[in-house]
Design a protein. Sequence first.
Length: 180
Amino acid sequence: MRKGKDLHPRLVTAYEAFAQADAALRGRVTILRDAVGERWLARLAADPEQRSVYLVENMYLAAKKLLDQSEGIGSKSFQREPFTAALSRFETAWKDYDTFRKAHPDHTDSVIKDSMVAHSSFELLKSAKSMARQELKGFRFDEGERMLIEANAPQMVEGHPAQLVDRYNQFITFMNSARR
């Protein structure tokens, strides 16, 4: 126990240094990954033969950005403008995808044809809009919603951040299975 007590402060210091370095590296990797994704998306957009791939990847990247910008929602440090911009981008991407999907019901791309991708992307959009409305209200939930939150089921509450994460995860699951 004595050795553990002596070692603990050094471990805490080392972990704090690691956590800071990890956060810095993750931030830099995210910036680089996003830049690569945007360049790839621009190349897809320029090729009319790749329209369906572009629409799917645009929606995927917009959903990822939406989730990234929702981090910290409800806290004092949350910035509404980047989240609102990400929500608007995702909504536009979803509309473009949905319009193309409906206009091409016999398209060969499985992600375009997959009804669960269409459904989960729409549910993600609904959840994000509900969460934006809840954020403006200060996340005041009614009694029934609070009961669900307290019962460890916040993903069932319209506008709760946990629901957005749950819907995003469902969207990614269906996207991945349709891409196979």
